[in-house]
Design a protein around this ligand. Structure first.
Ligand SMILES: Cc1ncc(C[n+]2csc(CCOP(=O)(O)OP(=O)(O)O)c2C)c(N)n1
Ligand SMILES: O=c1ccn([C@@H]2O[C@H](COP(=O)(O)O)[C@@H](O)[C@H]2O)c(=O)[nH]1
Length: 249
């Protein structure tokens, strides 16, 4: 049985046991500061480095990642030069059969294999291009074969992670949970799903597109359990005070 407390990473006293991957979407400054503080390793994919540079305008030297990867069709030369001067590793990943995110996640997992990392936080992962949104969710399916640690897509008030087959306990007790949550049968149908702790629970029921998809669900307890026969996407909303300072564009 797996136990997750997905929003613990947003608490002020969060342990420094995460690894961070920054993608090419507008970034939220306060959350990013929090994630820099609690991450033992920070990676950026391609145009994500332009976003990081802009997000911390005037104080870029305080937020230096460990690694920048990508096929480099988005990062600008002056921005790359700035981070190169700060001794950041820059790794070219030219393969055009996987996204920059998937390639970066593989490298990040490898670089953190001897570190006490217990979760991967992916920011800049939602909204924007729809093909990328689905590609990012598809990367979660690869991620369960790359690492046993949870990989959280977390952006703009949304968190998503893939629950592997079996039973998962989700602790929703941080006080940062928004009212809504959902179980989305992406990739394939789930024939047997059983939950507790939700307003609309399932009892050995199927979830599938064209049949039932559990959206606009909410909590009936601070602990949710989900048992599934196939990988199942968990989504939940969070409230974090800095949303007002969200960068636009
Ligand atoms: C069947 C198939 N469809 C599409 C592609 C193209 N493709 C898939 S991943 C990828 C790399 C995407 O790079 P990334 O930097 O993540 O995205 P970008 O913003 O450059 O589109 C490409 C070109 C492919 N290789 N195979
Ligand atoms: O709309 C978007 C754009 C990008 N991403 C993610 O960022 C990386 C890097 O993107 P580049 O455009 O190559 O800089 C990409 O692999 C996507 O995972 C996104 O999620 N949404």
């Amino acid at each position: 049985m797996r136990v997750l407390r997905p929003l613990a990473c947003l608490l002020p006293n969060a342990a420094k046991t995460a690894a961070l991957v920054i993608l090419n979407r507008p970034l939220e400054g306060e959350i990013l500061k929090q994630f820099f503080n609690i991450s033992l390793f920070k990676a950026v994919t391609d145009g994500g480095i332009n976003r990081l540079f802009t997000c911390f305008d005037g104080q870029q030297d305080k937020y230096i990642p460990d690694l920048i990867t990508g096929d480099f069709d988005s990062a600008t030369r002056p921005v790359l030069d700035f981070y190169q001067q700060q001794s950041v590793s820059i790794m070219n990943t030219p393969d055009q059969d996987e996204t920059d995110f998937t390639k970066c996640l593989r490298i990040t997992v490898d670089k953190t294999k001897h570190l006490p990392v217990d979760q991967y936080l992916i920011v800049g992962s939602m909204g924007g291009r729809l093909d990328h949104h689905y590609a990012n969710v598809a990367t979660l399916f690869k991620a369960i074969t790359i690492t046993p640690r949870p990989v959280y897509l977390i952006s703009s008030g949304n968190l998503a992670c893939l629950l592997p087959p079996g039973k998962t306990v989700i602790q929703a007790d941080t006080g940062l949970e928004d009212d809504w949550c959902g179980l989305i049968p992406m990739g394939c149908r789930c024939d047997h799903v059983t939950t507790t702790g939700l307003k609309w629970n399932l009892s050995d029921q199927p979830l599938a597109f064209g049949e039932l998809v559990s959206t606009s669900n909410t909590y009936s307890a601070q602990q949710v359990t989900v048992e599934t026969d196939q990988p199942l996407l968990w989504t939940m909303g969070y409230r974090f005070s800095e949303q007002a300072s969200e960068e636009t564009g």
